[in-house]
Design a protein around this ligand. Sequence first.
Ligand code: ADP
Ligand code: ASP
Ligand code: MG
Length: 594
Amino acid sequence: MALIVQKYGGTSVGTVERIKAVAERVSAAHKNNQVVVVVSAMGKTTDGLVNLAQEITSNPSRREMDMLLSTGEQVSIALLSMALQELGQAAISLTGAQVGIVTEAAHSRARILQIKTDRIERHLERGEVVVVAGFQGITSLADLEITTLGRGGSDTSAVALAAALGASCCEIYTDVPGILTTDPRKVADAQLMTDITSDEMLELASLGAKVLHPRAVEIARNYGVPLVVRSSWSDAPGTRVNSPLPQPRSLVGLEITRAVDRVEFDQNPGKVALLSVPDRPGIAARLFGEIARQNVDVDLIIQSIHEGNSNDIAFTVFKGVLHQAEAIVREIAPELRSHPAQAEVIVAKGIVKVAIAGAGMIGRPGIAAKMFATLAAAGVNIEMISTSEVKVSCVVDEAECDRALAALCEAFAIDTYPVQGAISAQDTSILPPVRGVALDENQARLAMRHVPDLPGMSARIFSVLAGENISVDMIIQSQRCRIINDLPTRDIAFTVAQADAEAARAVLVKLAATINCGEVLVDQEIAKVSIVGAGMVGQPGVAAKFFAALAQEQINIQMITTSEIKISCVVSKTEGVKALQAVHQAFDLGVAIK
Ligand code: ADP
Ligand code: ASP
Ligand code: MG
């Protein structure tokens, strides 16, 4: 008999009627399987509890918040168990503490360290359905402090249980038919996917597709848990999330796995930067449209925050086409210049991309900071940074490549030789260039002006943020160099969760005073629109199509970053949904998938 884990989200257990319907489903599944069920709190219960706390204090203690929020799930496990028993199905509800879901002591954002399986197994052997409270754990079997995993954490509980129990499948039941090309609440013709790779889902989840929590995808990927997202209201098969065959890993330290699995490098890129182009819609579309028309394949693209009313755009290309890319940029530069006197095309040869990669770095801001600090200590200056959930890449001078790689391998205890261009080596041509698009309206943009252009500056900035446990995305250094007090300086911009923006600003203002930087800017009125697809590697024209779709709607692009399998643009918050819809349509994602 197979063992399956099923998870039902808040809407799926939102009323007593729905809880009864879930009980029917669970007991039907129990005919052929052993079943562990993980449930969320009913409907919007958790939001309601947060509001209650806010009525008392704007700054509640994290411990008391965990005590409060964990009650929501306790209600639903008890009711579901009763509903199962009412159907004649033996069942027992267990809290995180009763199971022995042991977590770190970090209240409100605890990671799972280990799950004791003996009690669950005992109940399963007796033919009972075990109903477990999602989202919660305890610090240790000795002090039994209640912790929560962070909002949306029941997905994580479910997949972690499936990994610990060696379940044959983890099924996430929710209020949509599965994973769609985008959020159906924002784009009416979003289409259901039959399957998606865990790499793609990790990106989509962390870029705003709330249907699965990124930590749940990470665990599924690390332990090779077969994962399915399905509707609570139908028997349709939903969407499979496919993971590569995992390396054997210990179940101890479940979510605290090794952060970095590999060090990679890519010797190919040359860089072209176009400085001082006007800050208005259509510029990136024009530039990359021409590059795509000539079939030149670009790798990383960045556009930093505007300075005055102009922007800098830089990109790297694969070997052999640097001359062609340069010629294109030089040819169209005069047409794009905002101030002909200042405009400049910069070409750099002899650069390499060095990267650290691993699913364990998700939500651990200290890892990127450690990479920057390691490069700084080795005296390596970083020219460009590109981040994704599972990889941080830095473009550095070729002469410094070996030193950079050796330092990274040592810092992250990697004893295998760095691999060259891991993703570009795979055959991704059979995959669609864009699998899904996502909108994140909960981000804020921060920028530090005039940061001295010396090794170690990014390390200082991102270590300070990591110290506050603030995760950072879309890190971009401006290409333009300004001389301030005889020192070359650059701007560094990045995005953080809105909830972290104020804390980030406060620590950066303090830091700015000690390292002689300019002002720290915060913009809360932004939205991040992203496209994700493993098939975009080696396919010219994907970025151009994205930018053209925004240009057609007269939407200005404020920042651009890319990783191998995603491209993200920051736009103004008021234009976020319009941008999402335009991009979804541009890639024909609203057409039924065969
Ligand atoms: P649950 O309570 O079941 O955990 P969530 O509200 O956390 O449900 O996640 C499901 C919601 O995710 C959907 O109702 C949908 O609005 C949203 N969503 C965002 N992006 C996507 C996507 N790409 N595919 C499916 N749903 C998405
Ligand atoms: N109830 C928790 C929340 O609303 C956990 C979850 O639903 O996944 O965030
Ligand atoms: Mg959820």
